[in-house]
Design a protein around this ligand. Structure first.
Ligand code: UAG
Ligand code: ATP
Ligand code: API
Ligand code: MG
Length: 482
C-alpha cells in the first residue's frame, strides 16, 4: 500500500520525505521490522519506542511514525510526526489491513468479569445460526473454526488488525471480542468500527496498572463514549456503574437486568448442579449453566443477539444448546461423590459470585473447601480481600500459589493471610505447592462436598520467574480422582 494512502487515516503534524512509496508492512516493535515497512514509535510502560528508531531503520524500515522528530534524520527515510502515536497506530494498522471492521458486525464486551463468557457464548450462538464468526478472547482466538492461540485478552493493535483482516477475508460476518481496560487505555482498539458494545460489571481489578478505581472506570467508559451513533450499547442495570458507562455515548442505549424493569429482563426460576431454569422477557428456558452471574451473562448474550436482528424465540433455542466455557464453573466429579469446580475467579467479586452459586445449589447439604491463590506482579490490594471472601463462604480454605511470576510465592500467601482473623485461621491452611494444595483439599473432602479450585480456570501453566511450567487444575484433579 502507498504511504500516502495510509496517511489519509490520520492528521499528521508534519511529513518529511517522500510519501509516494510502497509500504510492505506496519510494526510497533523494532525487533519484528522487515524491509520496506513503516515503524511506529510508541511510548510504553517499560520503554520508549523512539529509542528503537535507529534499530528499525537498520532492519529496513523506510518510513517512521513518531511524536518527536529525530534530531538527525536519516536521508531517504520518510518521517511522519503525530500528536498521539497510540491513536495513530490503530488507525494506520486498520487501514493497512483493509479496514476489516467496516465489512463485519463487530461487538465488543467490556467489564471486570464475564467478558470471555459472553463473547464466547455469542460466538457459539451465531455459529449455531450458521454464520462464519470470529472470536477474540483471553482463552483463544477463532477465525470461524480455526483456533489461533493468544497471549492477551485484547491483542496489540498490529496483531489485532491483522487478525481482523483475516477474519474479513475469510467471510466472518460477525466478530465478538473482549475489550480489556488495558486495551482501551492504550488505544489498541483505535480506528475499529463497532456495531455494538456490552458492559458487564465493574469491581476491583488491575489497580496495579490503573492505580485508582476511578481511572479504571474512566477507561471502561471511554469505550462507550467513542461508539458511533449507529451502534448499540447494552448495559447491565444491576451494576451500580451500568448507567455511568453510557452517560456520554452517542450510541443507542439498551439495558438488561435480573432485578429491574429494562429492555431485556431475566429471572432465575430454579437452579441445580446440572443447570438453571430461567425466564427471559416472559419466555422460559432451561440452560446448562449455574449461578446468578451466568444468568446475567446469558441475558447479555440474549440482548445482543436480538439487537443484531435475531428473533427472541430463535435466540432462546440457541441458548438452551450452549455449554459452559472452559475453566468457567467447570465441574469434575470423583467416584466418591465429591464435586470439584475449576473456575477462573481471580477477583474478590468473582470469588464471591462463584461461592454464592455453589451454596445456592448445595443448600447446606455438604461442605465447601476452597483452594485459592493470587497472581504475582498484579494488584496486591486484592490479596487479603480474596482470602477473607474465601474464608467467609467456605468450611475449609487452602491458600496457595497462582502464577507467582517474579514474586516469592510465600510473600503473596502472607499478603493474603493478613486478611484473615484468628477465627478464619482455624480453618485455613497455606500450601505453596498448588498440586499439594489441591491434593490436600481432595483428602479433606467427603461425599457430597464441593471443592472450588479458583483463579486459573483454563490456564495450563504456572508462571514462575518468566517461565511457564505446564500446570492444569482440571488435569490434576482428574489424576487425583482416578
Ligand atoms: C502493561 C501493558 O499492558 N503492556 C503492554 C504494552 O507494552 P508497553 O507499553 O509496556 O511496551 P514497552 O515494553 O514499554 O515498549 C514500548 C514500545 O517500544 C517497542 N520496543 C520495545 C523494545 C524493542 O527492542 N523494540 C521496540 O520497538 C515496543 O514494541 C513498544 O511499542 O503494549 C504491548 C503491545 O500492545 C503489550 O504487549 C504489553 O502487554 C504486556 C506484555 C502485558 O502483560 N499486558 C497485560 C497486563 C495486559 O494487557 N492485560 C490485558 C487484560 C488482561 C485481563 O484481565 O483479561 C489484556 O488485554 O491482555
Ligand atoms: N457476570 C459476572 N459477574 C461476576 N462474576 C462473573 C461473571 N461472569 C463470570 N464471572 C466470574 O469471573 C470469572 C471470569 O469470567 P470470564 O473469564 O468470563 O471474565 P473476563 O471478564 O473475561 O475475565 P478477564 O478479565 O480475566 O479476561 C469466572 O470464572 C466467574 O468466576
Ligand atoms: N489475565 C489476567 C488474569 C490472570 C488470572 C490469574 N491466574 C493470575 O495470574 O493473576 C491477568 O493476567 O491479570
Ligand atoms: Mg477474559
Amino acid at each position: 500500500m502507498l504511504l500516502k494512502e495510509l496517511l489519509k487515516a490520520i492528521q499528521p503534524v508534519e511529513v518529511t520525505g517522500d510519501s509516494d512509496i510502497e509500504i510492505t508492512g506496519v510494526n510497533i516493535d523494532s525487533r519484528l521490522v522487515e524491509a520496506g515497512q513503516l515503524f511506529m514509535a510508541m511510548r510504553g510502560t517499560q520503554a520508549d519506542g523512539h529509542a528503537y528508531i535507529p534499530a528499525a531503520i537498520a532492519k529496513g524500515a523506510t518510513a517512521i511514525l513518531c511524536e518527536d522528530m529525530p534530531e538527525k534524520p536519516v536521508a531517504g527515510i520518510t518521517y511522519i510526526q503525530v500528536k498521539d502515536s497510540e491513536d495513530a497506530v490503530g488507525k494506520i494498522a486498520t487501514t493497512f489491513y483493509g479496514d476489516p471492521t467496516s465489512k463485519m458486525e463487530l461487538v465488543g464486551v467490556t467489564g471486570t468479569n464475564g467478558k470471555t463468557t459472553i463473547a464466547t457464548l455469542l460466538y457459539n450462538t451465531f455459529r449455531y445460526f450458521g454464520y462464519k464468526v470470529g472470536l477474540i478472547s483471553t482463552v483463544c482466538n477463532y477465525i470461524d473454526d480455526e483456533p489461533i492461540p493468544t497471549e492477551h485478552t485484547t491483542p496489540d493493535p498490529i496483531t489485532l488488525n491483522r487478525l481482523l483482516g483475516r477474519m474479513a477475508d475469510e467471510g466472518c460476518k460477525y466478530v465478538f471480542m473482549e475489550v480489556s481496560s488495558h486495551s482501551i487505555a492504550q488505544k489498541r482498539i483505535s480506528g475499529l468500527k463497532y456495531a455494538g458494545g456490552i458492559f458487564t460489571n465493574l469491581t476491583r481489578d488491575h489497580l496495579d496498572y490503573h492505580k485508582t478505581v476511578e481511572n479504571y472506570l474512566k477507561a471502561k467508559k471511554k469505550f462507550f463514549d467513542d461508539l458511533p451513533k449507529s451502534a448499540f450499547s447494552l448495559t447491565n442495570l444491576d451494576d451500580k456503574n451500568g448507567l455511568v458507562m453510557t452517560q456520554n455515548t452517542r450510541s443507542k442505549i439498551y439495558t438488561y437486568s435480573l432485578r429491574s424493569l429494562c429492555d431485556f429482563k431475566g429471572r432465575v426460576l430454579e437452579s441445580h448442579f446440572e443447570g438453571m431454569l430461567l425466564d427471559f422477557n416472559n419466555h422460559e428456558l432451561a440452560v446448562q449453566f449455574i449461578g446468578k452471574f451466568n444468568a446475567s451473562n446469558l441475558l447479555a448474550v440474549f440482548g445482543a443477539a436480538v439487537l443484531l436482528g435475531k428473533k427472541e424465540e430463535e435466540v432462546l433455542v440457541a441458548l438452551s444448546t450452549l455449554h459452559p466455557v472452559a475453566g468457567r464453573f467447570d465441574a469434575v466429579r470423583s467416584p466418591q461423590g465429591v464435586t470439584a469446580i475449576v473456575d477462573y475467579a481471580h477477583t474478590p467479586d468473582a470469588l464471591i459470585n462463584v461461592l454464592n452459586a455453589i451454596h445456592g445449589v448445595l443448600e447446606g447439604k455438604g461442605k465447601v473447601i476452597t483452594v485459592v491463590g493470587a497472581g504475582g506482579n498484579r494488584d496486591k490490594g486484592k490479596r487479603p480481600i480474596m482470602a477473607k471472601e474465601a474464608a467467609k463462604a467456605s468450611d475449609r480454605v487452602i491458600i496457595t500459589s497462582d502464577n507467582p511470576r517474579f514474586e516469592e510465592p510465600q510473600d503473596i500467601i502472607n499478603d493474603m493471610l493478613t486478611g484473615l482473623d484468628a477465627e478464619d485461621m482455624k480453618k485455613t491452611l497455606s500450601i505453596a505447592d498448588r498440586k499439594e494444595a489441591i491434593r490436600t483439599a481432595c483428602m479433606l473432602a467427603e461425599k457430597g462436598d464441593v471443592i472450588l479450585v479458583a483463579g486459573k480456570g483454563h490456564e495450563n501453566y504456572q508462571e514462575i520467574k518468566g517461565v511457564k511450567h505446564h500446570f492444569d487444575d482440571k488435569e490434576v484433579l482428574k489424576e487425583i480422582f482416578k
